[in-house]
Ligand binder design. Sequence first.
Ligand code: SF4
Length: 351
Amino acid sequence: MSRSEHTLLQRADAAWNDWRWQLRHAMTGCHTGLLTFGVPEDIRAQVNLRYPVVISPYAFSLLDPANPRDPLNLQALPSAQELLAEPGTAEDPFGEQCDAACCHGLKRRFPDRVLVMAHDRCAMACRHCTRKNLLRGTDVVRTPAQLAAAVEWVRTHPEVREVLISGGDPLLLSDRRVAALVKAFADLPQIDAVRIGTRVPVTLPMRVTPELAVALGKSRKVWVNTQFNHVREITAEAAAACARLVDSGIPVSNQSVLLKGVNDSTDALFELCTGLQRIRVRPYYVFLCDPVSGIAHFRVPLAKARRMERELAVRLGGLALPRFVMDLPGADRKVPVNENFRSCSVPCQPR
Ligand code: SF4
């Protein structure tokens, strides 16, 4: 290799490993890098209009161009099935958009926990996202004045002891803004934990720079929850990103979503959970799909989820065994799938 070729390759590497470059070059729109798998352009355009497509080059590089049913393709590429109507679903079944109890960007679902919507963008627009109907146009804490109002609301509600910073993906904000958000809440004496919900370890691992990891670890109150759904997402880059967080003193847990065609077999989840344990990420929850419109094709029947949880419990030790749960509108907690629960009309009823 000549010297100039070497320099060019180094520059290409530097760009690839720069998270801002990745965001600037994200695939958007209905062409999705020509991985269209025979879906007509007008259908792709309709889906993209309703649920815009975004895929970071890193996430795109993991897709399988030869297999439309590839588990990573299903999470990233638009499908006509997103437009299907499904009885019992809603765009915002948990009323996140109109939570009158809180101020802009702050949502309260449980008495001791609040959700702070910190951003409305993600490195990849996951096709199964529970907020796919909300992200565009949701209230987000954007300005110092809004942040001050949110902190003041929490301060005057001393029963709140945990803040979840999510979105969208809060780690797409600058280091300075992420640090300011975390510090503002972590400095309140009543707060025991600031949880960050982020998928960047999976879809944009270069965002977890050493500087960001150290900054987040400093508060000693930060926990990170991420979302690996398939073992192939545990790449060397993703493992390194998680290691940077863990080595900075941040507990990292994983909240998978149970997705038809992606991870709805005991073997697939066994591979995922053992892979996560190897990179020191604790498999924490497996969520059933929420009763949200646009994700009907990912839904796994409750009876199957119950069976899978029982089968996994035979094969995995406690540290690698996630709890299978679901969010139900109106419930006061996450509901374990193997628990008898009150009847409701959402599509995750036994069937
Ligand atoms: S990263 Fe999270 S919030 Fe963003 S699209 Fe994916 S699942 Fe939704």
